[in-house]
Design a protein around this ligand. Structure first.
Ligand SMILES: Nc1ncnc2c1ncn2[C@@H]1O[C@H](COP(=O)(O)OP(=O)(O)O)[C@@H](O)[C@H]1O
Ligand SMILES: [Mg+2]
Length: 393
């Protein structure tokens, strides 16, 4: 009999996972509050209901053999109440889904991270900002993504104004994490997969963010081999400490100077800190669809279906680049003028359009990946191809 896999969340990560699951002949059932979510439009049999609807959640879980998440912003209290057993576990989703819990976990396990303090009201926030000092970034503990739910305090003298604005926006009680703002030499990410018997680590990715949103991922990362090895070791250690089943993506900051008041890992003249964790497929991992012999989605499908894992390896010695396509490039109806690429499409390994119903600035609508003789070549063609995709609105 076929295995039925439930996916909580029906965005692009869920869709790409669903395709990988179909390749292994599994049935897929999405669950999402939004009837227009890509997974609901593209795959039959989805359930449209709130993540807090315990009745609908229980019913959905009963109809599936195994259930996973495509994002961590689910209602873990509701999942606990109905005794949900997910892959990854509700414990893992809860830790990675809350910046406060994630940071507390990193601190308790002495994993490298930037200095932080937490706050639940304006008085605590004032104390937290004073403790961490400027420059710092205030981040919501729950629900933030793509740089949303963040406030920057550049200088001490601006703190009172920003804190006032935060109090005005969030009310009297909230959960915030204040982080030291560090100077980034580079950003990296690493994806680990574990199935209870074996564990594998993907090659390290190098990421470039624009205004808090991932813009480009390059593979292989342009780092000293010792840095790559250290980052992969730390990612594996983190996944083991959390006892993740499924995927864990670990985002890293690379610093030229060690952070003043927090533990970092020094290697080959630079310093690594973990930024955040995601217990699911990760945007930076999209490049594995073309660059490694097993993609992040195929790997998670294997974990969910009990197919043995295999160490993912680069398919050839070249370089790859993944570029996100945000809403500003699309027509208001969510369409993209792909024919504009013309003969320029040489080097384009894949173009994936997520099928979101409306294009909003900053929203991830698709991505493209390129291959080149090396990473710089691949990045140049990713940028060129992306620029050729003209705005149709
Ligand atoms: N403490 C920090 N110091 C410097 N840059 C940061 C810091 N925190 C976040 N950033 C920048 O903002 C980006 C998004 O922040 P992140 O905490 O990863 O939020 P999100 O959950 O939205 O991805 C990071 O990838 C990095 O480029
Ligand atoms: Mg991030």
């Amino acid at each position: 009999v076929k295995t039925t896999v439930g996916i909580l969340g029906a965005g692009q990560l869920g869709c790409m996972l669903a395709s990988a699951l179909h390749d292994l002949d599994a049935e897929v059932r999405f669950y999402d509050p939004d009837p227009r979510a890509p997974g609901m439009r593209r795959f039959a049999g989805g359930r449209v209901a709130s993540f807090s609807d315990e009745g609908a959640l229980s019913e959905h879980l009963r109809a599936c053999d195994v259930v996973t998440v495509e994002m961590e912003h689910v209602d873990t209290a509701a999942l606990r109440k109905i005794g949900a057993r997910l892959v990854p576990s509700v414990d893992v989703i809860e830790t990675a889904g809350s910046r406060r819990k994630e940071k507390a976990f990193l601190r308790a396990r002495q994993l490298p991270h930037v200095a932080f303090a937490t706050a639940h009201d304006v008085a605590e926030l004032r104390a937290a900002v004073a403790e961490v000092g400027a420059p710092c970034i205030v981040k919501t503990s729950l629900g933030g993504y793509d740089g949303r739910g963040q406030w920057r305090i550049e200088v001490e003298s601006a703190a009172a104004t920003v804190i006032g604005a935060i109090g005005h926006a969030l009310g009297e009680r909230f959960s915030l994490t204040v982080e030291e703002r560090v100077d980034l030499a580079q950003e990296l990410s690493c994806i680990v997969a574990r199935d209870g018997t074996s564990e594998v680590v993907f090659p390290l990715f190098e990421n470039v963010h624009e205004a808090g949103v991932l813009d480009l991922t390059m593979l292989p990362a342009r780092v000293d081999p010792r840095v790559a090895e250290a980052a992969r070791d730390i990612a594996l250690e983190t996944a083991r400490a959390l006892d993740v089943k499924g995927l864990l993506a670990v985002e890293f900051f690379v610093l030229e100077r060690p952070p003043a008041r927090s533990p970092s890992h020094s290697v080959a003249g630079v310093h690594l800190c973990i930024n955040e964790l995601a217990p699911r497929p990760h945007n930076s991992g999209h490049v594995t669809r073309v660059a490694t012999d097993v993609s992040q989605f195929d790997m998670l499908a294997r974990v969910l279906l009990g197919v043995p894992l295999a160490t993912p390896r680069l398919v050839d010695p070249g370089g790859w680049c993944m570029a996100n396509l945000l809403g500003e490039r699309f027509g208001a109806d969510g369409a993209l003028a792909t024919t504009a690429l013309g003969a320029a499409a040489d080097g384009l390994c894949e173009l994936v359009l997520y099928g979101k119903p409306t294009a909003v600035n900053g929203r991830k609508m698709g991505h493209l990946s390129t291959r080149g003789a090396d990473v710089e070549n691949a990045r140049a063609s990713a940028r060129r191809l992306r620029d050729a995709l003209t705005v149709t609105r």
